[in-house]
Ligand binder design. Sequence first.
Ligand code: HEM
Length: 186
Amino acid sequence: MSIYSVALFFHILGAFGLMAALAVEDSALRGLRRATTGEQARTWLGAMRTLRVVAPASIALILVMGLYLTAAAWGWTGWIVSGLGALLLVGIIGGALTGRRMIRIGPAVGRAQGALSDDLRQMVLDPVLLVSARVRAGLVLGTLFLMSVKPSAAGSLVVLVIAVALGIAVSQVETRRSHELSHRGG
Ligand code: HEM
């Protein structure tokens, strides 16, 4: 057993944590978008709150261990620099697009009694929340690919661009589908 292999274990543990956080965010977001009363919305928001600790802690673990692995054995290869950029983007997008909206949604949902008002429904149905979640999922899966396949710098960038484009495309399909359902009253 070497320090390197233990650091790799914690690096991968951080990746598991980030995946788990994305999965919890996915079900909480789906629940929040379906919620029709303040009580229902609060239940899903509670699940989302745990992410304020789990997601940054996982990113920090991936980052610290990743930097150690890089310094110990690899140097700044194209796939590592791209992975680092992607991980930083995950943190920035999560904070700027989702975190800031949640700061407004949290107290409003906390006060809501009975049926959700139209304003509050608009806030929880904000398509930016979906774009943010799907693009971050794409970036994390793309980075997982980079870590496993270790492509060239150009190849790494192509992988990340495709991952972001897929994330945006999935969020657009979901937004369109939920518009259609709400127009049909479903
Ligand atoms: C979402 C972000 C990330 C995920 C999901 C992730 C995941 C992984 C996984 C699963 C491995 C094991 C691959 C293998 O052993 O073949 C790995 C290895 C590695 N990662 Fe990451 N990683 C991420 C970000 C980073 C960052 C930001 C850095 C550098 C600052 C980094 C540096 C490394 C290095 C140097 C290895 C060692 C590869 C080896 O020994 O084969 N990773 N990563």
